[in-house]
Design a protein around this ligand. Structure first.
Ligand SMILES: [Zn+2]
Length: 348
C-alpha cells in the first residue's frame, strides 16, 4: 500500500522533517499518521528497522535513503532535542525555506537541528527558527511552515549569521558526538573532555545572582530584557543538558556562544569578545572565567568549586584562578584542582 502522495526527502533533511511533510501532504497530524501506519511514534534518532521498512513500503523510498536521514552524531538522546507535542524535533532555516518556496518546493528542516547544541543552518550558517508555533500549511500542493497567526516564517533579523567561535564549537561538539577529532583552538584536546566540560558548564553559564543576568545572556545579540531570559538558580538541582530541553533556539544559541568563550584557547578570544567580557585590560587566561565568576553569585561560586574536580585541568585551572581572584588571593580555602586529579581520572 502506498501513500496517495509521498515526496522524497530533500538533501540534508531530517527524518522528523520528512515524516512531518508526509503526514501534512496526506492531511493528518503525526500521531494519526503513526497510528495509521501501525508504528510507534518515530524515534528519529534511531528509528527501528520495522519503522524504516514500513516507511519505505508506503513511500517507495529505499530503506537506505531513509536511514541516511538520521545523522550518527544525533543518536545520543541526552544530546538531542526532545519531541515536541506535535511529534517533531528540530528547527528550520528561514533562508532554506524561502529558497524552497521560490522553487515551488516544500519547506523543510535540517537533520543536524535535532541536536540540542546545534542552532545554525548547515548551509547558510544563520540561526535556526523554533518549530514551536509553526505548522505546515498547504498552498497549491506545496507546504509552507506558517505561524499560527498566518504569518510567514522568518523575519530578516532571524537570518543573522552566527559568530565563527559559536559555529566552531557547534561543529566540534557534533564531531565529538560522532567520535571524530574536535580540531584545534580549544582549551581541551579530546572529544571526551569537550563533551564533559560542556555538560558541566551549562548550569554555570545559566546561574545568576539576584538582579544580574546570567553569563550566557551576555552573548545575546539583541540585549532586550524580559521574562524569556533563560536562567537557573544555583540552589536548584544540577541539570546539565536537561536545562536546555524545551528551550528556544535563542536560549540554546546564547548558551553555546557562552560555552565557546569559556572553552576557546585565550588566543582565540579577540574582537567583540573583549566588550562582552568587560575586559578592562588585555585578555589573560582567566578572562572569561573572571566574568563568569562575577555573574554566578555566591551559591554559583560554591557550585563551580564543587565542579572543579570533574572539569578537565585546562578548564579547572583558570576557573580556580578566577575564584581565588574573587575571594582574595589565598583566602577562602579554595581547592586546587590538581589535588583532585586522581578523582578526576577515576571519574571518567
Ligand atoms: Zn539555510
Amino acid at each position: 500500500m502506498r501513500l496517495p502522495y509521498a515526496p522524497r526527502p530533500v538533501a540534508g533533511e531530517g527524518l522528523s522533517s520528512w515524516t512531518a511533510r508526509l503526514a501534512a501532504h496526506n492531511y493528518v497530524d503525526l500521531p494519526t499518521f503513526w497510528t495509521w501506519l501501525a508504528i510507534d511514534p518515530i524515534d528519529d534518532l534511531r528509528p527501528s528497522p520495522s519503522t524504516v521498512d514500513r516507511l519505505a513500503e508506503v513511500t517507495g523510498v529505499p530503506t537506505a535513503t531513509i536511514a541516511d536521514l538520521c545523522i550518527p552524531q544525533s543518536r545520543r538522546p541526552a544530546w538531542a532535542v526532545a519531541l515536541d507535542p506535535d511529534g517533531r524535533r528540530g528547527g528550520a532555516c528561514p533562508v532554506c525555506c524561502r529558497e524552497a518556496g521560490v522553487q515551488g518546493r516544500d519547506h523543510w528542516w535540517p537533520a543536524q537541528s535535532v541536536m540540542l547544541l546545534w542552532v545554525s543552518c548547515p548551509v547558510h550558517r544563520c540561526t535556526l527558527v523554533d518549530l514551536d508555533g509553526l505548522a505546515f500549511v498547504s498552498t497549491g500542493g506545496v507546504l509552507k511552515l506558517t505561524l499560527q497567526d498566518g504569518g510567514a516564517l522568518g523575519a530578516p533579523r532571524t537570518s543573522r549569521v552566527l559568530s565563527e567561535r559559536t559555529l566552531a564549537l557547534e561543529a566540534s561538539l557534533a564531531n565529538a558526538l560522532a567520535a571524530l577529532p574536535i580540531g584545534p583552538g580549544w582549551r581541551v584536546r579530546s572529544a571526551r573532555s569537550l563533551l564533559q566540560a560542556t555538560e558541566i558548564l551549562i548550569d554555570l553559564v545559566l546561574y545568576k545572582e539576584t538582579g544580574q543576568t546570567p553569563f550566557a545572556w551576555l552573548f545575546e545579540p539583541e540585549r532586550i530584557g524580559g521574562p524569556f531570559i533563560l536562567s537557573l538558580q544555583a540552589s536548584e538541582p544540577i541539570k546539565g543538558l536537561d536545562a536546555l530541553q524545551g528551550q528556544s533556539v535563542r536560549s540554546r544559541r546564547n548558551v553555546l556562544s557562552a560555552l565557546a568563550a569559556l572553552l576557546s584557547r585565550p588566543a582565540r578570544l579577540e574582537g567583540e569578545i573583549a566588550e562582552i567580557l568587560s575586559w578592562r585590560t588585555a585578555p589573560d587566561h582567566q578572562g572569561p572565567y573572571r566574568t563568569l565568576v562575577d555573574h554566578i553569585g555566591r551559591d554559583g561560586r560554591r557550585r563551580l568549586e564543587a565542579a572543579l574536580q570533574h572539569l578537565p585541568n585546562a578548564i579547572a585551572l583558570p576557573a580556580v584562578a578566577a575564584l581565588a581572584d574573587e575571594a582574595g588571593i589565598g583566602g577562602n580555602g579554595l581547592h586546587k584542582p590538581l589535588a583532585f586529579r586522581n578523582d578526576y581520572e577515576r571519574g571518567l
